[in-house]
Design a protein around this ligand. Structure first.
Ligand code: ADP
Ligand code: MG
Length: 211
């Protein structure tokens, strides 16, 4: 089974809805260890993406992802804009010309996306950032594909790993981003970016459950 162009468009649309529904939750998390704008940033970015989708809805998956990434970079001012922008632009570069994605294709796109975030933000596992959800999600997806899991099962395992990574940020002291200014006081709070990553990946697993 594969992820079609329409599946990709559906995912992005669903992400916009999920982030809007979780705007207050993400803002609350960011108010504890940041500047209380993560919910607004993600919602603004994906609402802008929604306005760009009609123009690329008949294009290949690479073009769709690149458009999402460029829109996030140009509409989200915070740290998360360039980072999620890079995520989608890198996924787009790897998916150039594709009309659908196999499990291996999504694994390659996710790998390029996560590597892009790490290169851009220079955060490593344990720094209390979105990387703490992204890296385990990528590893779990790749492991599942090696074991010949269906895309649906591989996505489920990937989301479980993202959720564990997200929860594991709670006791950590932030070493990157705005939360790092708080030092030890950042411990005891869940990272907002790891949380939005979990929501975005959960939305992929739900949208693509039957792929
Ligand atoms: P800002 O911090 O500029 O207000 P947001 O509030 O939208 O931006 O996003 C904050 C999130 O960005 C953090 O919770 C963290 O997950 C992520 N983040 C910040 N800096 C980095 C980095 N260098 N690498 C990876 N993720 C980062
Ligand atoms: Mg913020």
């Amino acid at each position: 089974m594969t992820i079609s162009r329409q599946d990709v468009l559906d995912w992005i649309k669903n992400v916009a809805g999920v982030l809007a529904e979780n705007k207050d939750y993400l803002t609350q998390l960011d108010s504890a260890i940041g500047d209380a704008d993560h919910g607004a940033n993600m919602t603004r970015g994906f609402q802008a993406v929604l306005t760009k989708l009609p123009a690329v809805s008949d294009k290949d998956i690479g073009t769709i992802f690149k458009t999402v990434g460029m829109t996030l970079v140009s509409t989200v001012g915070g740290a998360s804009g360039p980072l999620y922008g890079t995520f989608f632009m890198q996924a787009g570069a790897v998916s150039a010309g594709k009309q659908d994605l196999s499990a291996a294709d999504w694994g390659a796109a996710l790998e390029a996306a996560v590597n892009g975030v790490v290169m851009r933000g220079r955060a490593v596992l344990g720094d209390k950032t979105m990387v703490d959800a992204l890296t385990p999600a990528l590893e779990a997806f790749k492991d599942a594909v090696v074991q010949n899991a269906t895309i649906g099962l591989a996505l489920t395992r990937s989301v479980q790993a993202a959720e564990e990574g997200m929860k594991a940020t709670i006791p950590l002291v932030a070493r990157k981003g705005r939360a790092s200014y708080l030092g030890e006081r950042s411990a005891g709070h869940q990272d907002p970016g790891a949380t939005s990553t979990f929501l975005i990946l959960k939305c992929a697993a739900e949208t693509w459950a039957n792929s």
